[in-house]
Design a protein around this ligand. Structure first.
Ligand SMILES: *Cc1c(COP(=O)(O)O)cnc(C)c1O
Length: 460
């Protein structure tokens, strides 16, 4: 063992190895020394455990791998071939070119974020989107915070705290990643009163729960699931009428902020923000990065008196949105103002993409895979807490199936995830499916190249 320990290379020898020459040029010497020490130390422990000393090559390779891991950015773009347009794990909505440009310009330089250019004095960051949001939704006032969960938290903290908020049991939903709306709401200090049953809630259920402690009635859009069969839910009109009778505000957690008519695209009707406002809710909340198609944000629209109280609450400061996303949100909203949302916002372009176009792209991809793949009919999903259960007819490239083919599907899925950028497909049973719908058209070239490479390395 003593011999083995003596054969350990010195730190100098490791960092002066020729394979580290490029790292030596770009990284501080101290970092190289640190990493080399760590790797040699691991090797020393391994020898003490009775293992033979591994060659210098191995140690240098390990150092290189660690330096690579440390310097490469972990968060990176991927190609979404899953067919789920708003994929929460893949970052929800890709944003428009103009939104990107707007974000870049305020990130790059100073801005009038909270500076009034007319008076030359302090201004408010809210003004940059409030007018747009009011115009689009018809609301009196608007406020933007970090995300929709923040919006709900802020509203209940500022307006209900210590009193009760009544919500249908069938709408007390989990929004993915183990987060439950009721848990977020409880953080506000408001007491949640769940009424009705999972599948049925009637207006009488709400009315019976009303007391002097009631602070609000809340509707939550059942965004990521659908209950079928024997169900009954209270309409927003009924809830509003009840709220009015008892002088209790009604809040509407819309989940996905939709301004467009989804039925035009063959989808089920998704409640729109302007509908909710027109019916008279006190406040409506929605996300910036779901169907709205912008950056992550939590948008609150509604009655001035309520929005004003939120604006002044200390939590508003803790939950505020940063200038970069604010710029992206404003640019996204301006697409709606200009009537060009379907043309310019990627999410809506994907929803509106004709099947013939998808078929053309799927065929292009399948050709590269030769006999391995076929193009078949499939379904894309909008996802991201909107249009539960709603799908769009699509064409997918399908690979695998048949005896022993399951492994091919998994193997290909893994190979595609290792491409640069990674390509994420959907494994369904024995098949790997690649749906072009949520792949940006300018990425087709990259997909084709990756498929060529994968086929070539399979043949080897
Ligand atoms: C998605 C969703 C949320 C959470 O929105 P974030 O922007 O992710 O915080 C809250 N409520 C509903 C109904 C949702 O669908």
């Amino acid at each position: 063992m003593a011999d083995e320990l003596r054969s350990l290379p010195s730190i100098d020898k490791v960092i002066n190895d020729e394979r580290l020459v490029q790292w030596r040029q770009i990284l501080p010497h101290s970092l190289l020394v640190d990493i080399a020490r760590q790797v040699v130390e691991q090797e020393r422990l391994s020898i003490l455990n009775g293992n033979p000393c591994r060659p210098l090559d191995y140690i240098v390779d390990t150092v290189c791998a660690q330096l690579d891991k440390l310097t490469r950015l972990s968060l990176q773009p991927v190609i979404n071939a899953t067919g789920v347009i708003l994929h929460t794990n893949l970052g929800r909505a890709p944003i428009s070119k103009r939104a990107i440009a707007a974000m870049e310009s305020v990130a790059h330089a100073y801005s009038n974020l909270e500076f009034d250019l007319d008076s030359g004095t302090r201004g408010s960051r809210d003004v940059h989107v409030e007018m747009l949001l009011c115009r689009l939704s018809g609301a009196e006032a608007a406020l933007v915070v970090n995300n929709n969960a923040s919006a709900v938290l802020l509203a209940l903290t500022a307006l209900v705290k210590k009193r009760e908020v009544i919500v249908s049991r069938g709408q007390a939903v989990e929004i993915g990643g183990g987060f439950r709306i009721p848990d977020v709401m409880r953080q506000s200090g408001a007491k949640l009163i769940e009424v009705g049953t999972t599948n049925c809630t009637y207006i009488d259920d709400y009315e019976r729960a009303i007391s002097s402690r009631t602070g609000a009635l809340l509707r939550v859009h059942s965004s990521n699931f659908r209950i079928q069969g024997f169900t009954h839910f209270v309409t927003l009109e009924e809830l509003l009428a009840l709220g009015e009778r008892y002088d209790i505000p009604v809040f509407d957690d819309l989940g996905s902020g939709c301004f467009l008519d989804t039925t035009v695209f063959g989808l089920a009707p998704e409640p729109t923000v302007q509908e909710s406002v027109a019916r008279g809710v006190s406040l409506a909340f929605f996300s910036g990065d779901k169907l709205l198609g912008g950056p992550q944000a939590g948008i609150i629209v509604g009655k001035e008196a309520f929005v004003d109280r939120l604006r002044k609450h200390p939590l508003a400061r803790a939950l505020r949105i940063d200038k970069v996303r604010l710029a992206g949100l404003a640019a996204t909203l301006s697409h709606y103002i200009r009537g060009e949302a379907v043309k310019e916002i990627p999410v809506w372009r994907m929803i509106a993409m004709p099947v013939s176009e998808i078929e053309r792209r799927a065929s292009l991809w399948a050709q590269r895979l030769g006999g391995l793949a076929r193009v078949v009919e499939g379904e894309s999903v909008v996802g991201g807490g909107s249009l539960p259960g709603a799908t769009l007819p699509t064409r997918v490239v399908t690979i695998g199936g048949g005896k022993g083919r399951h492994n091919i599907a998994l193997k290909l899925a893994r190979m595609l995830r290792r491409c640069e950028p990674p390509i994420i497909g959907r494994v369904e049973g024995d098949y790997l499916l690649l749906d072009p719908r949520a792949v940006l058209p300018e990425q087709d070239e990259i997909v084709v190249q990756a498929l060529d490479n994968v086929v070539a390395s399979l043949g080897r």
